[in-house]
Design a protein around this ligand. Structure first.
Ligand code: PLP
Length: 474
């Protein structure tokens, strides 16, 4: 592609992007295709000769777009948000143009130094003390794996790295049932084993782990000759937003000298609002914390902010410096690949820098506050509706509910609500997903999209009520 053609297509892609985002609210939120429908339209063999861009772009609209679920739709209330924003998108264009591999300081000094600076901005924004250093990971899953590997090595005096785990003591990790499955996955990959992820019971309205039960489990394991290595505390669990009492959990961690990792993947963004920071009290005593600006801080996927108190423990766990990765004469510089599992790294700091500078912290706070306020308002409306039941109170902007009209047997409510979710998502005006809570099928509702308005929240609710009423009559 010559420069002029490239310029024309780059402009066309920019126009396409703005048009798409302007009109996304008119589309059904969840893709309305059957499995295999897109695949069947794609040629079995690759083209042997190049095709015109015009044809490729036409197929983007004709073949690909019908199979897209619109995460930037203002009525996307499913899962957790993966919100984005124009400044972040512009930064991603530039990042793609640079196509830099930012694994070492010298492979792009600006990428490393900007990352150090914006991670320190984020640290200040969420109120973590100065003794935390930050790195941008590809995902919260990657950050949690890095944290648990570090915890394992710290507990084993780095013998796991050196000699492997065979024949070594049994390493134990503690978390409640409310943590995300990325914790289970990390325990598995770290060679700790599913059976050594000890589930601590939860109590109270926030479904947080019971610190006394945690303490007792650690003592019992120690007495049995096992090695308690890490506690994973959850700040905004995926199902219903559960929050562990981090202060009390941190006290247990400190008492036993155990590594504490806080998974705030979703809720962490809201910690930029001082009035929500009660939920993270005690996180300043953790060893590591992750949150995803790519969920709720208007920054494109992928961008996970991982803060650690002792970067040396992390780099002693993950860092390797073969001859071909040495920065001659400058081995003291920060090489962020030593803080992460993959070697290669995208220039992820640029989009955060664009977002924070373009909005400013106060506007970012106001956007998140609005999401929380609308979620609380809708939860109150649902709570007062005799046909519905609020099954978990809002934690920030997430709550759950279910349809429970009079006259339907309790045993039939799970199936009724499963049908309701399917109908809502087939309808396309909004998109909601489910979880199991207290042994019941419940529907989650989270508010967090960049362009969502209060009206979108209320429109979605009107759609839910209308579809639910139709379920009973039809
Ligand atoms: N932790 C929590 C609480 C989550 O909700 C999620 C994803 O929704 C994750 C971790 C995993 O995030 P990622 O996709 O960045 O690995």
């Amino acid at each position: 592609m010559d420069d002029e053609t490239f310029r024309a297509w780059a402009h066309r892609a920019a126009d396409w992007s703005v048009d798409y985002l302007e009109g996304v609210g008119e589309r059904p939120v969840r893709a309305q295709v059957a499995p295999g429908e897109i695949f069947r339209q794609l040629p079995e063999a690759p083209p042997t000769a190049g095709e015109p861009m015009e044809a490729i772009f036409a197929d983007l609209d004709r073949v690909v777009m019908p199979g897209m679920t619109h995460w930037q739709h203002p009525r996307f209330f499913a899962y957790f948000p993966a919100n984005a924003s124009p400044p972040s998108l512009v930064a991603e264009f530039v990042t793609a143009a640079l196509a830099a591999q930012c694994m070492l300081w010298q492979t792009s000094p600006a990428a490393t130094e900007l990352e150090t600076r914006v991670m320190d901005w984020l640290r200040q924004m969420i109120g973590l003390p100065q003794d935390f250093s930050g790195v941008i990971q590809d995902s919260a899953s990657g950050a949690t794996l890095a944290a648990l590997l570090t915890a394992r090595e710290r507990a084993l005096g780095f013998a796991g790295n050196a000699q492997g785990l065979a024949g070594g003591p049994t390493v134990r990790v503690y978390a409640s049932q409310q943590v995300h499955s990325s914790v289970d996955k990390a325990v598995r990959i770290a060679g700790i084993g599913d059976a050594n992820l000890v589930r601590i019971p939860v109590t109270g309205p926030l479904h947080g782990m019971d610190p006394d039960a945690l303490d007792a489990a650690i003592r019992a394991d120690r007495e049995a000759g096992m090695v308690p290595a890490a506690i994973v505390a959850c700040l905004g669990g995926t199902g219903i937003g559960a929050c562990d009492p981090i202060d009390a959990v941190a006290a247990v961690a400190q008492r036993h000298g155990i590594f504490l990792h806080v998974d705030a993947a979703w809720a962490g963004s809201a910690m930029i609002c001082p009035e929500f920071r009660d939920l993270m009290r005690g996180a300043e005593r953790a060893d590591s914390l992750v949150f995803n600006p790519h969920k709720w801080l208007f920054t494109h996927f992928d961008c996970s902010a991982h803060f650690v108190r002792d970067p040396k423990a992390l780099t002693d766990t993950l860092g390797l410096r073969p001859a071909y990765l040495r920065t001659l004469g400058r081995d003291g510089v920060v090489d962020y690949n030593e803080w992460s599992i993959p070697l290669g790294r995208r220039f992820r700091a640029l989009k955060l820098w664009f977002v924070i500078r373009s909005y400013g912290v106060e506007t970012l706070r106001d956007m998140i506050r609005a999401h929380v306020a609308w979620a609380r308002e809708l939860a109150e409306i649902i709570d007062a509706d005799p046909d519905f039941e609020l099954t978990s109170a809002p934690v920030l902007s997430l709550f759950s509910f279910r349809y429970a009209p009079a006259g339907v047997e309790a045993d039939d409510l799970d199936a009724l609500n499963a049908r309701l979710v399917e109908r809502i998502n087939d309808d396309g005006r909004t998109y909601l997903t489910q979880t199991r809570h207290e042994n019941r099928f419940v529907i989650r509702f989270q508010v967090g999209q960049t362009t969502t308005t209060r009206e979108d929240v209320m429109t979605a609710w009107a759609a839910v009520r209308e579809i639910a009423a139709g379920l009973r009559t039809g």
